[in-house]
Design a protein around this ligand. Sequence first.
Ligand SMILES: *[C@@H]1O[C@H](CO)[C@@H](O)[C@H](O)[C@H]1NC(C)=O
Ligand SMILES: *[C@@H]1O[C@H](CO)[C@@H](O)[C@H](O)[C@H]1NC(C)=O
Ligand SMILES: *[C@@H]1O[C@H](CO)[C@@H](O)[C@H](O)[C@H]1NC(C)=O
Ligand SMILES: *[C@@H]1O[C@H](CO)[C@@H](O)[C@H](O)[C@H]1NC(C)=O
Ligand SMILES: *[C@@H]1O[C@H](CO)[C@@H](O)[C@H](O)[C@H]1NC(C)=O
Ligand SMILES: *[C@@H]1O[C@H](CO)[C@@H](O)[C@H](O)[C@H]1NC(C)=O
Ligand SMILES: *[C@@H]1O[C@H](CO)[C@@H](O)[C@H](O)[C@H]1NC(C)=O
Ligand SMILES: *[C@@H]1O[C@H](CO)[C@@H](O)[C@H](O)[C@H]1NC(C)=O
Ligand SMILES: *[C@@H]1O[C@H](CO)[C@@H](O)[C@H](O)[C@H]1NC(C)=O
Length: 771
Amino acid sequence: MALLSLLLAMVSLVHVELAMGLPLIYNTTSGPVAGKLNVHLVAHTHDDVGWLKTVDQYYSGTNNSIQNVAVHLILDTVVAALQEDPNRKFIYVEQAFFQRWWREQTPRKQNIVKQLVNAGQLEFINGGWCMHDEATTHYIDMIDQTTLGHKYIKDQFGKVPRCGWQIDPFGHSAVQGYLLGAELGFNGMFFARIDYQDKLKRLNESTMEMVWQASRTFGDSAQIFTGAFYDFYYPPDGFNFDFESFDTPIQDDPLLFDFNVQERVEDFVTYAETQASHFRTNHIMWTLGGDFQYQNAHGWFKQLDKFINWVNKDGRVNTFYSTPSIYTDAKFAANESWPLKQDDFFPYADCPHCYWTGYFTSRPALKSYVRLLSNYFMMARQLEFFVRRRSNGPNTDTLWDAVAVSQHHDAVSGTEKQHTANDYALRLSIAFSEAEQLVNLALGCLVERANNSICQHAGISFSQCPLLNLSFCPASESINNFNGSLVVLAYNALGWSRTEYIRIPVNSKFVQVTDSAGVAVPAQLLPVSSITKELRRKYVQGYLGISSGAAPAYWLTFPATIPALGYRTYTVSTSEKKGYTSASTSEVLPQKTAVTVGPSSLKMDFSENGLLSAIIDTDTGTNVSMQASYFYYEGHTGSDGQGVDGAYLFRPTANSASFFNTFANVTIVTGPLVHEVWQEFAPWIYQVNRLYKGKDYAELEYVIGAIPIEDDVGKDVIIRFTSSVGSDTSFYTDSNGRDFIKRIRDYRTDWKLEVNEPVAGNYYPVILECI
Ligand SMILES: *[C@@H]1O[C@H](CO)[C@@H](O)[C@H](O)[C@H]1NC(C)=O
Ligand SMILES: *[C@@H]1O[C@H](CO)[C@@H](O)[C@H](O)[C@H]1NC(C)=O
Ligand SMILES: *[C@@H]1O[C@H](CO)[C@@H](O)[C@H](O)[C@H]1NC(C)=O
Ligand SMILES: *[C@@H]1O[C@H](CO)[C@@H](O)[C@H](O)[C@H]1NC(C)=O
Ligand SMILES: *[C@@H]1O[C@H](CO)[C@@H](O)[C@H](O)[C@H]1NC(C)=O
Ligand SMILES: *[C@@H]1O[C@H](CO)[C@@H](O)[C@H](O)[C@H]1NC(C)=O
Ligand SMILES: *[C@@H]1O[C@H](CO)[C@@H](O)[C@H](O)[C@H]1NC(C)=O
Ligand SMILES: *[C@@H]1O[C@H](CO)[C@@H](O)[C@H](O)[C@H]1NC(C)=O
Ligand SMILES: *[C@@H]1O[C@H](CO)[C@@H](O)[C@H](O)[C@H]1NC(C)=O
């Protein structure tokens, strides 16, 4: 007791004379003060859910020679540091990590954390499973991964995050702004990465903070207060106190050399006042943290305590522990008007030759796998609901987790290291296997119309064919000329009825397809291309080690009309009996002359050289000249010290692209339902152009690789469509598979663009649907 009063006495002494004594208790009790510049100190860590290491390696601290990180230490030390002073605050973002940590805690520790959360000392910000990418994600996946994180926060703490924190993703989509503002009801959202030219203008005009109306459809009913950071998401220069990059600390013990309270307070005030001159209202935010920081939280908090104490004592500016949502509340309270932002923040460039448009297509196989399994997840979840969720037995939880992890901005974006990419694919594949069992059981129960809540085993056992893309499907291939009948079930996870062409490999040409009422369905047999046979041999036999015999003789295709959230069954059987309608065969012709293909009103013209020449709609009499061919840009090595073409940036050495070939080897397949033109542009570039009866679009499917690099030249391969459409310089791209956004070549709505990269600066993300 005596000791305590002695210390307090020393503290009050310090109030009087700055340099007289060492305060052993710092006064961190502070909040916003009217009429002063208020510096909100936001202590944070940015924890990538996989990047240079896998998500589990980051969590546990294995493979530390790659990056010295163990996320569990961050949460251990932050919780301990928060307990030391009720004024300290910290925000945590990535639930994939938090949940790994939470599982390991004793009930006692969990209670402590609950108290910290209730007291507002620990606040969950963003709160999704990861901080998702915004260019290459589908909006449904953005919602699902955010929901997964929020669900845990709600279950464990009864809280709902109220602020967005997309600090690291490489550009920002309109759908992101729309979802946070309209669907989640967040009060604000913050990020670091906007175009460097945009940023200069915004700093100049104090428009770094704005009201973002991201959706053309929803207008001002979907707006959100949005802030771009003054200086990235790291601490201001000179104020980094993480254990590995420690800047000059406050040395406030007059008995030691290098006492520096005045200098450090001066640095603080100067930086704050400069920053404030670019922002509206007398509130500014400092982001105190960075990638995987706070593994030793004590070092950080000790310095922040000192700054709060000494800066407030100095009195020119006022500073305190805060969070992004507290900061946003202060902005709202200020009754300030904000500039309006529409559309999105793509593409992102951080220097004249650094356009982050390369990752739109990096690791395309992983991107496609993620999309495929996110569609599968949607279907599996619906079936799980129909047959009731089981406490034991297969469920969709693993798939939810795997799909959510893969939305991280170094996962589906393709910017992670190879072993991390393998880890994402492995997680997806394990999760698929579990969901596959659930789906098989559920479909069996549904088809048998069993009492779904008690259906444990279905008499009908379905098998699925995830490698249909390689013509591998043992169930349908077993149908031969002599026996066989196969029930094909098609499920539609969308909320509207659809007609899609089903395609399965078969080994008989005497097949027919009937619907569930026994009525014959039109069907067509197509040949299997040599490239498909080759891929099948390579992957199914060579890689998976499944000796599946020879490639199938045919593809069988037929239209299936499936109701919303429902299914239809079709029977495929072999029959040589009279009176049965067999599937039509196809005519195959190697192309020698110009040809028009298409079973319906939509047609494509190909010229003698095998290249597309026109798209025609005979209903409307439209005939649009159109060429399509493959080119490549040579990737810049960054030898000039500027951007390097690679996983992140697209930076061609020249602004014109080289042609691969002025012709393509072509095979033409026709029949009553589908016409195909197979093009071989090079021995490693294949494309199938497909036109279906009754469909008003053409389907293009390509296989590209391995890209030849024996000449030591990195190549960015593109397909270029050249048409007579008078679009001037305008075009439209989607935002995460939702609203369309108008783009104009070499133009930005928000500032006068200085064009330094006429090619890379005109690329925008497009989300392909994978059905
Ligand atoms: C601590 O600082 C706050 C605000 O700056 C002030 O109101 C309070 O009186 C101070 N407490 C002590 C013990 O000095
Ligand atoms: C560590 O990372 C390397 C890739 O750099 C990987 O090959 C290795 O398997 C990793 N080790 C562990 C234990 O995962
Ligand atoms: C900054 O704003 C001033 C006018 O306030 C203008 O004259 C100047 O050109 C602007 N600079 C930039 C880089 O936009
Ligand atoms: C907010 O600002 C508007 C106009 O700028 C003014 O009319 C209004 O009275 C202000 N409200 C408050 C609470 O200050
Ligand atoms: C289905 O099974 C559940 C559980 O045994 C039972 O409560 C329910 O009445 C059954 N429903 C029908 C339609 O038989
Ligand atoms: C076929 O699908 C599998 C699984 O989705 C994938 O791993 C493989 O890359 C695909 N192959 C081709 C040629 O599309
Ligand atoms: C059809 O016959 C083949 C062998 O000729 C056999 O492997 C297959 O299981 C049979 N399928 C059915 C459905 O009977
Ligand atoms: C489309 O127009 C081109 C050029 O006029 C012509 O050669 C071609 O035959 C037309 N195609 C069709 C299907 O009418
Ligand atoms: C076209 O086919 C010929 C003969 O098979 C082959 O030599 C040539 O490489 C092919 N050309 C292209 C562009 O694939």
